[in-house]
Each structure stands twice: as structure tokens, then as C-alpha cells.
Design a binder for this molecule. Sequence first.
Ligand code: CMP
Length: 138
Amino acid sequence: MTNLTFTMIKPDAVENSHIGAILNKINSSGFEFKAMKLTKLSREEAEKFYEIHSERPFFNDLVKYMSSGPIVAAILKKENAVNDFRKLIGSTNPAEAEEGTIRKMFATSISANAIHGSDSDANAKIEGGFFFQNHEIF
Ligand code: CMP
């Protein structure tokens, strides 16, 4: 899945009407949309998606928050997609995110941090597959 990454615009950013601005920023940064949907995670789906964090102290709050409202899930394409997208969104904690990054511009806290970006090609494939079938991507 080289050159592809997975993203979610999180409930805080959807609730605060930032979908348009964030998609525009992603697009104008050279990413092509290969698949996209507005959807909502059930508590069980959020638990499954974030299974990797199940031992973390913030797991319950994370699951509750990510299933609290609509999200936008998308597959993005660009050369070096995973790393370039992580740069575009900035640090997990928006207080530490660089100027001009999506989290600096739109996130409110470390949990309500506006957007998700996969941290590896392998996770992009797993996370993208959670929301989309291959035939929707290619
Ligand atoms: P993301 O990297 O998209 O996926 C895991 C999420 O867990 C992360 O964004 C944060 O929103 C959240 N998270 C990570 N660390 C903390 C923390 N210390 N406290 C609360 N939430 C966290």
C-alpha cells in the first residue's frame, strides 16, 4: 500500500464545521482522495479500531470520544503519503504542533485533536481496510 495513507476527521472537527477547510488543506497539499465517507463509529467499532491502545489509561475516553459523533474517513494518495501526511497534521498534542499544521489550526486538545493519520504503511492498510473494501480504492 505504498503511497497511500488513511485519515479520519474526528468528531470535534466535524462538530466545529471544519470538514471543508481540512479537506481543502489536504487537497492543496498534494494529496489525492481515493475513497471517502462520512460515518459514525459505534462504541464496539471504536474499541476494535483502537485495539492497539487498549492497555493505555486513555483508552476508555478515546473510545467514548471517537464514537460520540460523525467522522470523515478517507484514503489518501501521494508519494511518501504516510510521512508527508504526519507532517501535515502535526504533533498528537496540538499545543506542540507546528504552525500551519492541521492540528495547530483546528485541534482543541490531545484527545480532541481534529484528525488522525496512519503511522506506517502497514497500519494504513489495516485502518483503511476497516472502512473501505479494496474495490472502493482502486
Ligand atoms: P491518534 O494518534 O489519531 O490515535 C490515538 C489517539 O489517542 C491520539 O490520536 C490521541 O487523540 C489519543 N491520545 C494519545 N495520547 C493521549 C493522551 N496522553 N491522552 C489522551 N488521549 C491521547
